[in-house]
Design a protein around this ligand. Structure first.
Ligand SMILES: Nc1ncnc2c1ncn2[C@@H]1O[C@H](COP(=O)(O)OP(=O)(O)O)[C@@H](O)[C@H]1O
Ligand SMILES: [Mg+2]
Length: 242
């Protein structure tokens, strides 16, 4: 479904992403991990069109989407949440999800349909009814993450890119997020997820890709990657991954 081939992103003198190959199959969950500064967010930004690669190619459902604008990529079926919540502080939760439903879609959606779709999605991600009409700026971090997820889902993606959805959540909240991620996959959506917490990533991923200094250093099933000596040395050994 998604094929990233030889993608490089040079920022000044730095290779933030260096010749990375990555595939996400239909209905699969792929975890992207690595230390801070490894290039994970940069790679997700490139896939979603927010940033363009210096070299390499992104193919989605057989079409070369390299260099497309974010809104074209979104309408083609790739939606993304942000590591730091970039939402619309003066809109209500419901309105911000409506934006995704109305503008993120390739087919036209009326205001009324958008509002109903937003309500359904906010219920699905677990935002309480009374919070749905509150302004974004009055929501807490957990609620914001849920609204972001609902907004991304509102564009009816085939592939969802999640950047540190569970960072800052309690273990209980992370477990709820894992459940949600599984439900999203059951609905037929493929997922590429960046996570710091290894318990989350190994629990949901079919495959894990490890980046370090912009390069892919390992790829495989969760237990293979967790037992890979290079991954243990460069990543698992020195961070609070558990
Ligand atoms: N817009 C930018 N300008 C300068 N450096 C950047 C920019 N975006 C990312 N970088 C650098 O690229 C590297 C990869 O960053 P990032 O993709 O955010 O890593 P990760 O998400 O894995 O923590 C880091 O060294 C970061 O400082
Ligand atoms: Mg990041």
């Amino acid at each position: 479904m998604l094929e990233v081939t030889g993608v490089t992103k040079q920022i000044g003198g730095l290779l933030a992403v260096n010749r990375v190959d990555l595939m996400v199959g239909e209905g699969k969950i792929v975890g992207l991990v690595g230390p801070n500064g490894a290039g994970k967010t940069t790679l997700l930004n490139i896939i979603s069109g927010l940033s363009h690669p210096t070299q390499g190619r992104i193919t989605f459902k057989g079409e070369n989407i390299t260099g497309w604008k974010p809104e074209q990529i979104c309408r083609k079926g790739i939606a993304k949440t942000f590591q730091h919540a970039h939402l619309f502080p003066e809109l209500t939760a419901n309105e911000s999800v409506m934006v995704g439903a109305i503008f993120g879609n390739s087919h036209s959606v009326s205001l009324d349909e958008g509002r109903k779709a937003a309500e359904k999605l906010l219920d699905f991600v677990g935002v309480a009814k009374e919070k749905q009409e509150m302004l974004i700026r009055n929501l807490n971090v957990v609620e914001l993450k849920r609204v972001q997820l609902a907004r991304a889902l509102a564009s009816k993606p085939k592939l969802l890119l999640l950047d540190e959805l569970t960072t800052g959540l309690t273990p209980k909240e992370s477990n709820d997020a894992i459940e949600l991620i599984r439900k999203i996959r059951e609905a037929g959506i493929s997922i590429l997820i960046i996570e710091h917490v290894m318990r989350v990533i190994t629990g949901v991923s079919d495959k894990i890709v490890v980046l370090d200094h912009g390069e892919k250093i390992a790829e495989g099933r969760p237990y293979e990657v967790m037992n890979n000596q290079r991954v243990i040395d460069t990543y698992l050994g020195d961070i609070d991954a558990f």
